[in-house]
Ligand binder design. Sequence first.
Ligand SMILES: [Zn+2]
Length: 225
Amino acid sequence: MKAGFPCARCGRPLRRRPATSSRPRRFGCPRCGFLIYDYPRPCAGLLVVRGDAVLLLRRAHPPRVGRLDVPGGFVESGESLEAAARRELREETGLTLGPIEPLSFHWDEYALKGFGRFPTMNWYWVGEWRRGEPVAADDAASAEWVPMTRLAALRRRFSWAHMPALFAALRRWRTAGVRGGSARRRDRPAGDPVTRPARSAGARAHRRAAARSRDRARSASVRKA
Ligand SMILES: [Zn+2]
């Protein structure tokens, strides 16, 4: 199958060569033998949660103009995945978030006119909205808060095949947050002692030491009585 773009050495159209058990997908030149691998491209996205809603965009540019998408895009050279996710959110909506958590990973593919399809690796983060209204820009035609209960009904308007799996991961994240207590309750201010995570070994040791000193104080007061 012709790849739709010419050999970098001799100009003859390259051919796609499917993966075999020993080699990944490649492009090969039928004339001079030039070979390049068809490696996947990394992408990063960020789900912004506000109450019971999540921030979705409508795509302004091909591919999939007008379809629903999540803030995100291709990772640039030298950039961390998390920095890419935050940059895309900022470029497409103007929003910035505080702490964010890794959410999920999904394979997908992207079709580029004149090039064809290539595999994408999609890493997602999730974070709570803090302040500001999203203003669509760059690749986004509009930005809207969509109630999570409506996501299933919007499935046919999604831009990418992996989005149902992504929103399933979001539901699991949310359920775990509600069950695990309060880390994600929006009705408590940030920094409230109840919401502060105390998972580190240092914090556990500190709690044990505090409990021992309470026990000592209690037994001392018993002896005094
Ligand atoms: Zn060639």
